[in-house]
Design a protein around this ligand. Structure first.
Ligand SMILES: [Zn+2]
Length: 227
């Protein structure tokens, strides 16, 4: 890709909608912008429900995606080809919004623009729709939609499986009975558990670390970040 300055509107949109952007500094910010540009460039964005996709949609949605892989690699999104953007919530917010092709392993993410903005506007409530859907893409990058993304070392799987299944069962048990640090939707299945836990990890890291330190450690090892 040619090296050219970032359009000034882009940083304006990031400053306006993306609360974690101002905290990125130096080399990390440079990498973020490099990944962001590549993501906007590579992926096909389609408007639906009357929405006309603009660069503002592309940039803000790409920011949510890139945040997750900032210390990993953009290749986690290689199988993601298209992003469909609706103007508003068009279905139940907890509806599964990732549509996966089975044979080709291709992926489509469907997002409501208002849900994207709401998720970012409240960066500490443990709920971020775009982050949630892109966590699903990371999960399925290894071919299986099962709550376990490709981990960095073979030896990581054993602890991951132990901690995830323990915490998943705990959420299934506790969520109907008491307030839990993870949203109850994470008790749906292992895939939702990973996506919901990722939302909590990035938005409420302190609470997660306190209530579920092992889960926090697994996510920290995977995302290679301490939010
Ligand atoms: Zn989900």
């Amino acid at each position: 890709m040619m090296k050219r300055p970032l359009p000034p509107e882009w940083t304006g949109w990031l400053a306006q909608h993306v609360p974690f952007y101002p905290d990125l500094a130096g080399e990390v910010r440079e990498r973020f912008l490099r990944y962001l540009r590549a993501f906007v460039w590579d992926k096909h964005f389609f408007g639906a429900g009357g929405l006309e996709v603009t660069d503002e949609h592309r940039v803000v949605i790409a920011a949510a995606a890139v945040r997750l892989v900032l210390n990993l690699d953009l290749s986690y999104y290689d199988n993601l080809t298209e992003i469909i953007v609706y103007p508003h919530d068009y279905h139940h917010p907890d509806n599964e919004a990732v549509i996966l092709g089975e044979a080709q392993h291709w992926g489509t993410v469907v997002l409501s623009w208002t849900a994207v903005l709401d998720g970012m506007a409240n960066p500490r409530d443990g709920h971020d729709t775009a982050l949630h859907e892109f966590a699903h893409v990371l999960d399925v990058a290894d071919g299986a939609f099962d709550g376990t993304p490709e981990l960095h070392r073979g030896g990581d799987y054993r602890t991951w499986a132990r901690v995830m299944s323990k915490e998943f069962l705990k959420l299934r048990h506790d969520a109907p009975r008491r307030k839990t640090v993870l949203r109850e939707y994470g008790a749906t299945d292992e895939a939702e558990f990973f996506a919901v836990a990722s939302e909590t990890f990035f938005e409420q890291p302190g609470q997660l670390k306190e209530k579920a330190p092992e889960l926090y450690d697994e996510l920290k090892r995977f995302y290679r970040v301490e939010p």
